[in-house]
Design a protein around this ligand. Structure first.
Ligand SMILES: Nc1ncnc2c1ncn2[C@@H]1O[C@H](COP(=O)(O)OP(=O)(O)OP(=O)(O)O)[C@@H](O)[C@H]1O
Length: 199
């Protein structure tokens, strides 16, 4: 997947300025950047939720991207199993979804409506939904916020296990996250203006 000179401005605020970088197929990358510098905007353009002002994205189609947003975006009255099943083909077995979720969540919470879950549990349902969706590229926007270290390590192992060779792009502020993921870093500052200092 390749960003080639992608520009996006909101009025006079030039958020993406000829953003240029390549994600090798099957690679794991962390997108690192200070808050407010444009990571979410980059993802929104990638997903086709915002139209780029200029430039091109090649090598992936928006319908083949799994996305975990900064907000959990769960259906509040549905259980974790039902939330994940929503993004799967009707033939998907509920027992398989349950087994997947049980790898990172206490079994007791799998039948509770999402509105009754803790913040960290909700993050994990949202992550499992992104990982479960059949895609070519998995994009996670600050997926580990609110998780303690042990849970984060469990969740990272889960993510790597289930990405199944797909390209993985994770926005994070944590150097530790990048290390645990075994990811190379892409610094958004470096890939602006034509990608002068691409990691
Ligand atoms: N819909 C919008 N309209 C106007 N400005 C916007 C819009 N969305 C984002 N911006 C601006 O674009 C800039 C980048 O925001 P963005 O959310 O992409 O940053 P971010 O790197 O994801 O930040 P954070 O790490 O805090 O989530 C900010 O200055 C923000 O105010």
């Amino acid at each position: 997947m390749e960003f080639d000179g992608v520009c996006k401005a909101y009025g006079a605020n030039e958020v993406l300025r000829r953003a240029t970088f390549t994600l090798p197929g099957g690679g794991v990358r962390c997108l690192m950047a200070p808050s407010g510098s444009g990571k979410t905007t980059l993802f929104r353009v990638l997903l086709g939720l915002e139209r780029a002002d200029a430039g091109q994205i090649r090598g992936v189609s928006p319908g083949r991207i799994s996305m975990m947003f900064q907000e959990d975006r769960l259906c509040e009255t549905l259980t974790p199993v039902e939330n994940v099943a929503l993004v799967l083909p009707p033939s998907a077995r509920r027992a398989d979804v349950r087994d997947l979720l049980a790898e990172i969540l206490p079994p007791d919470c799998l039948n509770q409506p999402a509105m009754e879950l803790s913040g960290g549990m909700r993050r994990r349902v949202s992550l499992a939904r992104a990982v479960a969706f059949p895609s070519d590229l998995v994009v996670l926007d600050e997926p580990f916020t609110g998780l303690d270290q042990a849970t984060k390590e469990k969740v990272i192992a889960f993510t790597l296990r289930h990405r199944a060779g797909r390209t993985l792009l994770v926005a994070t502020h944590g150097e530790d996250d990048a290390r645990l993921l075994g990811a190379e870093r892409i610094n958004l500052v470096d890939v602006q203006d034509g990608g002068v200092g691409t990691a």
